[in-house]
Design a protein around this ligand. Structure first.
Ligand SMILES: [Zn+2]
Ligand SMILES: [Zn+2]
Length: 435
């Protein structure tokens, strides 16, 4: 995780070269794009379907990889689960239709029906196909230090990383603890682990300043399509995209830390309410550019920022030409859809002075810190925008970093409240260089 990345960053900083994605290019013919979801629940925790049914949905809808990230548990060992009355029928009917009668092992305990959950290795056996679809092992480390919901996903692990569910730690201490477990695991196994902070605005648990200070953090969900994630803020508190810009500006300008990359995930919990709605599969995902479809290659590519996040917009080209300092984006056109490409980022000299914002007290009396108000317009500013299917941005040297947001007028898969997004879009990762 962070070791290799920090080393790379330091090396680059010393030799005055570029940071971030070394050169992501759809023109390199040794690289391919892979579609994946890095945050999914099943009956192993609070998702409402079998792990193989969840994986089957993703595989049959064009995904190449899937991370099952249940709360504080890996899909390992013998586990029997009592199904809720409303779950039993759809879960069993779907599995029977797909794999035949007798596929699911069931038993009755005290008059209640239980099903045996498949382990990840069994799901792999059933659904993995080389070059077409793989499972990557993961987890949602789900803890509530001092009453705040700190959830992070380590991706590509092979052992349970256990954190005490409730503690008196601060959010910052909790993030550091998650990080140390991830780091230790990565060190021990030698395999890359991509570590992301989930839904910072879920119960408004994590601020931009806290993300900035989480040194080894590699990813943050800038879009999570499950309930109560407030991706666009709540009118009083900023959107996750704004928080992301603030965090990356602080990291790059003041802390000498690499940027955090933005992910989009389904955080799927519900598989029986219809496709492409809130909490269901298929609405937010990542496109990763890697040399091969293996857990290590995909994870390492994500650590390098070789991916973009999307809620429907697909790119046919994404190139950062380091030598010419030029970021080029081209969209794969969908019939009847119009696009606008926006290049955003922060200026090198942007002021990090901020006005503190009052905490928000929730209905349990818990005070939630709010990301500061940063008045400098050079933080998260729009450098250039243009309508159409392709655009390029020439970095002048004044930018701390640049990233692209590709907007479309295609309606989003779902709209859940007044703060919901009104368009399908894609977000590329920050790129830049230091003098
Ligand atoms: Zn969560
Ligand atoms: Zn989750």
């Amino acid at each position: 995780m962070m070791n290799a990345r920090l080393k790379t960053f330091c090396l680059l900083a010393v030799s005055c070269l570029f940071f971030s994605a070394t050169c992501f290019s759809s023109e390199r013919d040794d690289l391919q794009w892979f579609r994946g979801n890095t945050h999914t629940h099943t009956l192993w925790s609070d998702g409402d379907d079998l792990p193989e049914s969840a994986a089957d949905w993703y595989k049959s809808h064009g995904y190449h990889f899937l991370v099952l990230s249940d709360h504080n548990i890996l899909s390992r060992g013998e586990k029997w689960k009592t199904l809720r009355a409303d779950q039993a029928l759809p879960v069993l009917a779907k599995a029977e239709k797909r794999w035949g009668k007798g596929h699911v092992e069931t038993r009755l305990i005290d008059g209640k029906k239980q099903v045996r959950l498949m382990e990840l290795d069994e799901v792999r056996e059933l659904l993995e196909e080389p070059g077409k679809f793989i499972m990557i092992e993961g987890l949602e480390m789900t803890t509530d230090p001092s009453g705040y919901s700190v959830h992070t996903n380590p991706m590509n692990i092979s052992a349970l990383l256990e954190v005490e569910k409730n503690s008196d730690r601060t959010v910052q201490e909790e993030l550091a603890l998650h990080e140390s477990l991830v780091h230790r695991h990565e060190h021990k196994t030698g395999n890359p682990v991509f570590w992301q902070a989930n839904h910072p605005n879920f119960k408004f648990a994590i601020t931009g300043e806290q993300l900035a200070a989480a040194r080894g953090l590699e990813g943050v969900e800038i879009m999570n399509s499950s309930s109560n994630c407030f991706n666009l803020g709540d009118g009083r508190r900023p959107s996750v995209e704004r928080i992301w810009d603030i965090a990356n500006t602080i990291r790059l300008e003041r802390e000498g830390l690499p940027p955090i990359y933005g992910t989009a995930t389904d955080d799927t919990h519900d598989y029986h309410i219809g496709d492409y709605v809130m909490n269901a599969p298929g609405t937010s995902w990542v496109m990763v550019q890697a040399s091969e479809l293996t857990a290590n290659a995909i994870t390492a590519a994500m650590q390098e920022g070789q991916f973009y996040a999307t809620t429907g917009v697909i790119l046919s080209k994404l190139v950062f030409d380091e030598r010419n300092r030029r970021l080029t984006v081209e969209v794969e056109e969908q019939a009847g859809v119009n696009y606008r490409i926006e290049f955003k980022g922060s200026l090198k000299n942007a002021s990090l002075e901020f006005e503190p914002v009052d905490d928000v007290i929730d209905n349990k009396g818990l005070a939630h810190p709010v990301t500061g108000h940063y008045p400098d317009a050079g933080i998260g500013m729009t450098f250039h925008e243009t309508e159409g299917l392709k655009a390029a941005y020439q970095l002048s040297g004044d930018e701390l970093y640049v990233r692209a947001v590709i907007h479309s007028d295609a309606p989003p898969y779902f709209k859940y409240d007044e703060y919901s997004d009104l368009e399908q879009k894609a977000w590329t990762q920050p790129v830049g260089w230091r003098d």
